[in-house]
Design a protein around this ligand. Structure first.
Ligand SMILES: O=C1O[C@H](COP(=O)(O)O)[C@@H](O)[C@H](O)[C@H]1O
Length: 243
């Protein structure tokens, strides 16, 4: 588990992107020898900074033709809604880089029948990605963390979603009641690179306790951090004691 601490959010984004491109360049790295790079984006507000830095400073260095883009989670809203995770990525990244529609696989948050969308997206991911047993293996799962300790859209109290074999599942935001479609625990922990990009002092408490054994069962993010095969954290939060 590596922790990369930067002075600010943009510098943390640079660290992540430099590391990602270095992995992709290695013959044995993501996609290997010019192969496909399967990446899953998170939502919320934080990825906007990552996407902006990507477009402004790393777009020319990125082999876009090798990328296939998926989502970690989506809110059950239309793709024009301000809460849509796809919308954020579209505005800040997808509209500005040479990715074609054939390379972008969004979760259809607008589907009335969200259960059906979970099944559609799960079976699409299962058919397109390499499998470890029944678990799809992404090259990069890029995660955020909420101040309440959630990651993907798996909130405290929804630990069942960390242990299911289904790659995606329905969840509900515990405060707003908004429905979500969420990548589940096994997919997050078995990725070739499970990378957290977390910024802002409001998350310092969660970050400080990520490695504590007793929060493993309290914060889904801590469970994923402690269980992932290859976890790294990129942050602007000055970690005082070991994470
Ligand atoms: O609801 C969500 O929250 C987390 C963190 O979001 P942020 O707004 O604090 O950046 C995010 O990682 C997750 O994908 C998202 O849907």
């Amino acid at each position: 588990m590596n922790i990369h601490v930067a002075d600010n959010a943009r510098e943390a984004a640079r660290m992540l992107l430099r590391n990602m491109l270095a992995v992709i360049r290695q013959p044995s790295g993501a996609g290997g020898e010019g192969g496909t790079v399967n990446v899953a984006f998170s939502g919320g507000s934080t990825p906007a900074i990552l996407f902006d830095v990507w477009v402004e400073e790393f777009a020319e260095l990125t082999p876009w033709n090798r990328f296939r883009v998926y989502w970690v989670d989506e809110r059950c809203v239309s793709s024009e809604n301000k809460d849509s995770n796809y919308r954020l990525a579209k505005i800040h990244l997808l509209d500005k880089v040479p990715l074609t529609s054939e390379q972008v696989f969004r979760i259809r948050g607008e589907q009335e029948d969200a259960e059906r969308e979970v099944l559609r997206y799960s079976s699409m991911v299962l058919s397109q990605l390499p499998l470890d047993g029944r678990i799809p293996v992404f090259d990069f799962v890029l995660l955020g963390i909420g101040a309440d300790g959630h990651t993907s859209s798996v909130f405290p109290g929804q630990e069942k979603l960390l242990h299911t074999l289904a790659p995606y599942a329905l969840s509900t935001h515990p405060v707003t009641g908004q429905r979500r479609i969420a990548m589940t625990g096994e997919v997050m922990v078995r990725a070739r690179h499970t990378w957290f990009y977390v910024t802002g002092q409001d998350k310092a408490g969660v970050i400080q306790s990520l490695s504590c054994p007793d929060v493993r069962n309290r914060y889904p993010a801590a469970y994923v951090w402690q269980s992932a095969l290859h976890a790294e954290l990129f942050t602007d939060i000055q970690v005082i004691s070991p994470v």
